[in-house]
Design a protein. Structure first.
Length: 164
């Protein structure tokens, strides 16, 4: 008995499918590169208004990096911190201040979860969830200013996303 031939498991298409047909079945990213770049531009603009230089990272709902940009003059470690803030926020589905409360209340638990993530998680102000209605699309992390300035820059960036 012949077993039907199938293409890549991710598409479930027969092996004779054309590349164009395969693209039709590829799921769209809920947080596009264009979205991420818009958020970063807004955060950087707010940082310029505040007279500070920051790094901004945008990750998807799985904590994987979509875009990262460091302003001229931002601290050299700030891109790493921004990504760690965004990653923790996305994976825990909690904004930075809420994540900091978990870190303070349950440090042992937080330390174990931190080991499971692909990069260190940074609790504290400066990370915000990117949402569409109730859905979490990802997170933004900002580093380079004070904690409140980081949040302010992140909110300015998020405000540029069109609600859908």
């Amino acid at each position: 008995m012949a077993v039907p031939s199938h293409g890549p498991a991710s598409t479930g298409l027969p092996s004779r499918a054309t590349p164009a047909a395969a693209r039709r079945y590829r799921p769209a990213m809920p947080l596009s590169l264009e979205n991420a770049q818009t958020v970063i531009a807004g955060a950087h603009e707010r940082a310029r208004e505040l007279g500070i230089a920051v790094s901004v990272a945008v990750v998807d709902e799985s904590g994987l990096l979509v875009a990262l940009a460091r302003m001229d003059g931002a601290p050299p470690i700030s891109p790493e911190i921004a990504e760690a803030k965004a990653c923790g926020c996305a994976l825990w589905r909690r904004e930075g201040d809420s994540l900091e409360a978990v870190y303070q209340d349950r440090p042992g638990f937080f330390a174990q979860v931190d080991r499971m993530a692909r990069r260190p998680l940074m609790p504290g102000k400066g990370s915000l969830l990117v949402r569409r209605s109730a859905d979490v699309l990802g997170a933004i992390g900002v580093s380079g200013g004070t904690p409140d300035q980081d949040v302010d820059c992140g909110r300015a960036g998020l405000a540029l996303l069109e609600p859908s």
